[in-house]
Structures are given as structure tokens and as C-alpha cells.
Ligand binder design. Structure first.
Ligand code: PXG
Length: 461
């Protein structure tokens, strides 16, 4: 008998019972949970509550079936409650719940890191585990600073982000990030940070299919910052290959190449934040591979465990890693880490997720279905208030015109209508509707998403 067999495995039914017992307490409990990035008081008046999930769908507490157009929050790339992940986590919790990784080890993070290195772009062969995208970002920024210092270039302290960038909510992440509401309440932020211009230009690239054609020269903004600050003060540039949170901003053709070349010319590290683009979202394991541009550091989270257990990972190139391995062997090489770096449950979940991705060929889906997805998305052109549509891989965005004096109101109405009236989960940021469905979807689901989104947009006129 394995340890896992000793406990009775929860079934959908017992889980339902558990949930029902809790649900009777809900009215009083509504005030206690301070929801993240939410209009808490508004939510309480008309809650949107999910109870269970399987494959492409959520079930609500009132028994409705919701089509998941967003893979949870861009994280459930293989769909929901997938058996390999469920089994791996169940077995692991019954075998070893926790093990320290500071000067101690257990096999799982080593095995997992090797599996991850095998699917990552060539020189990114070392993996540092975190618990979220935000932690991955702060970890990568700290590594960039420490890397230059280890090489005797400690004056390289400047970090460059980009307007509209989202790199989580740590102080490092919001400092290099470029979304004003995430920054303005929390100053002073990190000193010595600057920002490239963003690449969204609807006027020049309206209704772009795939990557926008115009705008590669925006990468030259880095040269401008080099002229201003001098390269010798700049440690790293961090960008999302595709930004999700700011409303799906795509890199113009050739832009990322150009950024890479400028970084190389000036000895600046390039960090790709692949928290949403990683694990198959754009038709390869990572966007770096789809775009053929390799960063020095790559931050990930979300799809790493298919969203099932919190975990992030920073991929580090041989070159960067090597710089840390020069001191005395008995000395700690990086003064950084989390209690839960390489947590057994997260590692088990990630191994289950990687198995699922591989067995089902999910990293290829965004290319296989890409044309059909693109057609579906762009068929919404011409609906009331639609001012732009963008797509890449299995990402889609429909931008609505803001209501006079109420930016975001139309977007939010679309979000609530879609959920309440059309049984479709979408994400909105401002007036942009963003879609990132599980990669297990089939054509019929694309048809349903398009039809329901169309109905939502018409109703939101
Ligand atoms: N970097 C990027 C590029 C992200 O998209 C983070 C870092 C932070 O990850 P954590 O795990 O700390 O939340 C993210 C997170 C949305 C949405 O709907 C996007 C994120 C999170 C929640 C909602 O656009 N991205």
C-alpha cells in the first residue's frame, strides 16, 4: 500500500459536500476575503462564484457551465483538473509534504529543473524556483544586478522596463513595469529605472493578424536610453515578448531581434518575462523559440504547473550562471531564495503538467489552431464599438471604444455580461477583452467563444 492509498481520495462528490458545508457560511464570510485586483464592494452585490472545473469548463456555485476563454488567469494551459496533475499532487502530499531546499535537497526539483532545461532555448540550462511570476521577476532583476557585480561591473545598476509592461506586483516588478495604476500609489519605487516606449500603435497596425508589420524601430529607443545614461550604467532590459495584462501588446516584426542586438552591443542583459507566453501559449514551449530570439534570463510561472499549485521558475543562461560559480566552493553563491523554492507539491504538479503537455502535443496547438483562431477573432470586426482586433498564437484581443468619460466601463460590462448571460469567461483590462483559452480547445470551442463573445459585444453596445 502506498501512502497515497491510505487516505480516501476526495471524489467530485465529497468535494461538493465539502463545498456545500462551507457555502452556508458564505454570507458572513464575504467581508473577510480582500480580493486581489478587484472591486470588492461591487463584487459582493453580485458575486461570480466558481465551484468546480474540468477540461474546458468551470461550473458555478449555481450550477451553470462556463466556457473558459482565459485558461483561468492565463495559467491553465492544459485545461482544468487534469488527471496526471491531480494524481501527482495527491501522491506527493501523502509521501512528503515539505522539504527544505536551503542547504538540503530532495529529488523532485532537480529532476524537474532538468526536464525544464530540456525544453528551454539552448543556453538557458539552469533553473531557479520561485512561487509566482512576481517572485520570478524580482529574482531575475536581482540576478542581473549581482551578475554584473560578480564580474566587476557593479556600476551597472540601471534596470530598463517598458511602458505598458506588467511584471507582477513586487517592488522590482512595479518599478520596471509600465502600468500607471500599479505604480502611482506606491512610490518611491526603485531608483535608476527607465522605460522604453511601448509598441502598441493601432493607427499604423489596425486589425493586425499575427505580428504587426510596423514598428521594429521602436527597439532603437534602447539606443536613446544608452545615449542618455551610458551603457556602463545599465544592467538589464526586461520585456514581455507579448504583454497580456496591458491589453495584448504584440512585438512588431523584427523588434525583439533588434532589442537583442542592441543589448549584445552594449553588454546589457536581456530578460524575457514569459509568465504568460511560456508553456505553449504561442505554439512553442516558449515565445523565445517562436520568435527565434534568446534572452539571458527568462521568467516563468502560471503554466509551469498548469496553474494548479503556485510555482514560478527563472531560467538562467550558462553565461550568467557561470559568473556566480567563481567564488570559494563553500560560499553561498546567491543570497536569495524562498522557503518554498522547489516545494514538493509544486514540483509534482509541474511534472504532471509537463507530462500532460507532452503526451497531448499541447505546445504545438497554438500553431495548429492558429489560423482558425485568427479567422474567428477577426470575424468580430464591424461589431458595435470594436476598434481593433489582435491575435497571436492562442491569444486574442478585441479592443472596444471607451465610453465618454468612463474608460473601462464598457469593458467591465462586457466581462460581467459574458459571464452572467453568455456562460463565457473572458478577461478585460480597461476596454480590451483578452482571450487565452486552454490549449486543449477544439474548433467547436473556438466557434462557441466567437459566437458568445459576439453576442456579448452586441449586448454591450
Ligand atoms: N509577469 C507577467 C508577464 C505576468 O503576466 C506576472 C509577471 C506576475 O505573476 P504572478 O504570478 O505574481 O501574478 C504576470 C501575471 C491578466 C492577468 O488578466 C495577468 C497576470 C495576472 C493576473 C491577471 O492579464 N499576469
Amino acid at each position: 500500500m502506498t501512502p497515497a492509498d491510505r487516505d480516501s481520495t476526495p471524489t467530485a462528490e465529497t468535494f461538493g459536500d465539502l463545498y456545500e458545508a462551507q457555502a452556508t457560511r458564505l454570507p458572513e464570510a464575504m467581508d473577510a476575503f480582500w480580493m486581489p485586483f478587484s472591486a470588492n464592494r461591487q463584487f459582493r452585490k453580485a458575486p461570480r462564484m466558481l465551484a468546480s472545473a474540468r477540461d474546458m469548463h468551470y461550473q458555478t456555485t449555481d450550477g451553470r457551465e462556463i466556457l473558459d476563454g482565459t485558461g483561468g488567469l492565463w495559467c491553465c494551459n492544459a485545461g482544468h483538473s487534469r488527471p496526471r496533475i491531480v494524481q501527482a499532487v495527491q501522491r506527493q502530499i501523502a509521501t512528503m509534504d515539505f522539504a527544505p531546499t536551503f542547504q538540503m535537497g530532495h529529488p523532485l526539483p532537480f529532476v524537474l529543473a532538468e526536464r525544464l532545461a530540456a525544453i528551454a532555448p539552448e543556453p538557458l540550462k539552469h533553473v531557479f524556483f520561485t512561487n509566482s511570476g512576481s517572485e520570478s521577476v524580482d529574482t531575475a532583476l536581482k540576478m542581473a544586478l549581482a551578475y554584473h557585480r560578480a564580474r566587476g561591473e557593479g556600476q551597472r545598476t540601471r534596470l530598463i522596463g517598458r511602458e505598458k509592461g506588467y511584471h507582477g506586483v513586487g517592488f522590482g516588478g512595479i518599478s520596471v513595469g509600465g502600468m500607471v495604476n500599479n505604480r502611482k500609489f506606491y512610490g518611491p519605487l526603485l531608483p535608476g529605472v527607465d522605460h522604453l516606449r511601448h509598441t502598441l500603435d493601432i493607427a499604423r497596425n489596425p486589425y493586425s493578424r499575427g505580428l504587426p508589420a510596423q514598428g521594429a524601430e521602436l527597439a532603437d529607443d534602447l539606443e536613446r536610453l544608452v545615449q542618455l545614461h551610458d551603457a556602463s550604467t545599465i544592467a538589464a532590459v526586461i520585456v514581455e515578448p507579448i504583454s497580456g495584462s496591458a491589453g495584448v501588446v504584440l512585438p512588431p516584426m523584427g523588434y525583439l531581434d533588434r532589442l537583442r542586438r542592441i543589448c549584445d552591443k552594449h553588454g546589457i542583459l536581456l530578460i524575457f518575462d514569459e509568465v504568460i507566453t511560456g508553456f505553449g501559449r504561442v505554439g512553442k514551449a516558449f515565445a523565445a523559440q517562436r520568435f527565434g530570439v534568446t534572452p539571458d534570463l527568462m521568467t516563468t510561472a502560471k503554466g509551469l504547473t498548469n496553474g494548479s499549485v503556485p510555482m514560478g521558475a527563472v531560467f538562467v543562461s550558462d553565461k550568467v550562471h557561470e559568473a556566480f560559480m567563481q567564488g570559494p566552493e563553500g560560499m553561498i553563491d546567491l543570497f536569495h531564495g524562498y522557503t518554498y523554492s522547489g516545494h514538493p507539491l509544486a514540483c509534482a504538479a509541474a511534472l504532471g503538467a509537463l507530462d500532460t503537455y507532452e503526451e497531448e502535443g499541447l505546445f504545438e496547438k497554438a500553431i495548429e489552431l492558429g489560423d482558425y483562431w485568427e479567422l474567428g477573432m477577426h470575424s468580430l470586426r464591424g461589431l458595435p464599438n470594436v476598434i481593433d482586433i489582435r491575435n497571436f498564437g492562442l491569444i486574442g484581443a478585441v479592443e472596444l471604444a471607451p465610453r465618454e468619460g468612463a474608460v473601462g466601463a464598457r469593458g467591465f460590462e462586457a466581462f460581467t455580461r459574458s459571464f452572467h448571460d453568455h456562460d463565457l469567461l473572458i478577461r478585460t483590462t480597461g476596454d480590451v477583452i483578452a482571450l487565452s483559452p486552454p490549449l486543449i480547445l477544439q474548433r467547436v470551442h473556438i466557434d462557441q467563444i466567437v459566437e458568445r463573445l459576439g453576442a456579448t459585444i452586441r449586448a454591450t453596445a
